[in-house]
Ligand binder design. Structure first.
Ligand code: GLN
Length: 239
């Protein structure tokens, strides 16, 4: 894709999938661009408007099982996100958002539901709910430092051959299969880390921004962000 003059960050269905402050991920992306004097705007995509297909980055968050079902039905009926992915848009999908972008996922009743099929991933129930701090060693090819977050989910996600893990679990549960956490498929990232994940992990934010803008971004030196990251890593490793 060519470099966008104004980077458009879509916050998808925040009223359904935004339980954990996931809106913060869109705020972080926009702000990190503005700090570098790159024009950026957040587009809020609510359930009363079709999903635009022309944004550069899409952020979708976590939520309850019922909300997740309503969200996937809406997104299947209004396929702007799928069209955007088809032309190379970047996506960050957290928790319930991660599950519904997969091939299929289990509902509260145990029945399987079709996802959007953007990830080669199937989610079934975990034997025991995963709640707590999580630390992840990212896949080396991504070139980013350890990830820290908080997870709260009852789903276990198995990746198929078309998908690669975002990283390996150091502490916590993650996908619940083979020590994997999250998924990277093309320019789409899924993860069980919320909190919101990009406020804690500036490297991941900048990786998404680099993909979306096609630019090498100037480093940002933000002491508070770094202090938060270090504090959460130490806390999780001490447990
Ligand atoms: N409902 C899903 C689960 O429990 C997603 C939860 C979430 O988004 N935190 O697995």
């Amino acid at each position: 894709m060519s470099q966008p003059s104004r980077v458009r960050v879509a916050l998808v269905l925040p009223e359904l999938l935004g339980t954990y402050g996931d809106r913060g991920n869109a705020t972080v992306l926009v702000q990190r661009l503005r700090w570098r004097s790159i024009d950026a705007e957040m587009i809020e995509v609510s359930g009363d408007t079709p999903v635009p297909a022309d944004c550069d980055i899409y952020v979708i968050g976590g939520g309850e099982d019922i909300a997740q079902l309503a969200a996937v039905r809406w997104l299947q009926a209004h396929p702007g996100l799928q069209q955007a992915v088809g032309r190379g848009a970047v996506v960050l999908a957290v928790c319930a958002g991660f599950q519904i972008l997969g091939t299929s996922f289990a509902g509260t009743d145990g029945a399987m539901h079709s996802g959007l099929g953007l990830f080669d991933a199937i989610t079934r129930p975990l034997s025991r709910r995963a709640i707590g701090e999580i630390v992840v060693e990212p896949a080396p090819g991504l070139g980013i430092r350890s990830l820290t977050g908080f997870e709260n989910h009852g789903g276990a996600t198995q990746l198929g051959p078309g998908a690669a893990p975002l990283g390996r679990v150091v502490t916590g549960i993650g996908n619940g299969f083979d020590g994997a956490e999250g998924v990277v498929q093309g320019r789409i990232v899924g993860t069980y880390l919320h909190g919101p994940v990009l406020a804690r992990n500036p490297d991941l934010a900048d990786l998404l921004l680099t993909w979306a803008t096609g630019r090498t971004l100037d480093p940002l030196s933000l002491e508070e962000t770094e202090t938060l990251r270090q504090e959460r890593l130490q806390h999780a490793r001490a447990r």
